[in-house]
Design a binder for this molecule. Structure first.
Ligand code: NAD
Length: 294
């Protein structure tokens, strides 16, 4: 068996086309959805991510602005930037690119973002709301995974989903979203003993580890759906995921590639969260609670 390749780029295009229609509708009402991104310092990878986010916004007609601050910016100054953006009605979503320089407290900065503009979904209020299924802004990467699964018609209810990784931005919210969708969820992490025992039992396997090609084909249950969140750079400069794609694709029913899998969906969900924030500000949001709409 060779797995179906889940094309995150193509799925993203479907979502972005729909978003563009909604952006145009808002603009007709005099509201242009706006995303502000703050980046502190000159980390090369972060700069690429920020540029891609800004381009993606503009491509669907949203306003985007990037505030690049020097690495020695004080936390107080950064908080002033956040507060000014909180008060700016032209900005519906605020994202502070992580990681911040070492002299800053990431958590204090995230908590300063107004929760209804926290389109990354990392604020305590949004994280807590996620746990009780009422989040407006599920974190973009795990939300993107859920939308991919839905788009591919993957049945989740009653299935065993195994998430490898327990980070606040991917693993934990991924587990919550899968739980909400009716899966029986197991979360594995660096202290898990006999990882293979769990992964071999997964109908849906999500790898969010940060370790190149760690999940090999013999760790995958035949017919499983394998979602590779990892982005790792090999010494050759090539990007690869946490899953050994070549061996896993011979066992899985469906698998995401790296690049071109989860990555594009993450940015797409950021657009969706920002758009939803603008619709809410314009009184056009469809519901007040958690929804799986993207
Ligand atoms: P993290 O370092 O915060 O967390 C990694 C997790 O992996 C930890 O919970 C740890 O317990 C677990 N882990 C580490 N070694 C393990 C092992 N040997 N066995 C089992 N579990 C182990 O990383 P993160 O921020 O969650 O990101 C994970 C990966 O996903 C990284 O490669 C990152 O670049 C990538 N990522 C991709 C996107 C995207 O858009 N595709 C977004 C965010 C993160």
């Amino acid at each position: 068996m060779t797995a179906k390749i889940i094309d995150g780029k193509a799925i993203s295009e479907v979502f972005r086309a729909e978003y563009k229609v909604r952006v145009d509708r808002l603009i007709e009402r005099g509201v242009k959805p706006g995303l502000a991104v703050i980046i502190v310092g000159d980390d090369a990878a972060s700069q690429v991510y920020v540029r891609n986010k800004a381009r993606a916004c503009e491509a669907i007609g949203m306003h985007s602005e990037v505030h690049a601050l020097p690495a020695d910016t004080s936390q107080e100054d950064l908080l002033t930037w956040v507060n000014n953006l909180n008060a700016n009605s032209a900005i519906h979503g605020i994202l502070v690119q992580l990681p911040l320089p070492k002299h800053m407290d990431d958590r204090a900065v995230i908590e300063a973002i107004y929760p209804m503009k926290d389109v990354d979904g990392f604020h305590y209020a949004n994280m807590g709301a996620l746990v009780i299924d009422e989040s407006w802004f599920p974190p973009c990467t795990p939300f993107g995974v859920m939308q991919m699964l839905a788009h591919e018609g993957v049945e989740i209810e009653g299935k065993h989903a195994v998430v490898i990784g327990r980070s606040n931005i991917v693993g934990k919210p991924q587990a919550m979203l899968l739980l909400k969708a009716g899966a029986t969820v197991t979360v594995c992490h660096s202290k898990t003993k006999d990882l293979k025992k769990f992964t071999r039992d997964a109908d849906i396997l999500v790898a969010a580890i940060g370790c190149a090609n760690m999940v090999t084909g013999d760790m995958v249950k035949p017919g499983a759906v394998v979602i590779d969140v990892g982005i790792n750079r090999l010494p050759t400069g090539k990007l690869c995921g946490d899953v050994d794609f070549e061996s896993a694709k011979l066992v899985a029913a469906a698998i995401t590639p790296v690049p071109g899998g989860v990555g594009p969906m993450t940015i797409t969900m950021l657009l969706g969260n920002t758009l939803r924030a603008a619709e809410r500000a314009a009184g056009m949001a469809k519901s007040a609670g958690f929804t799986m709409m993207a």
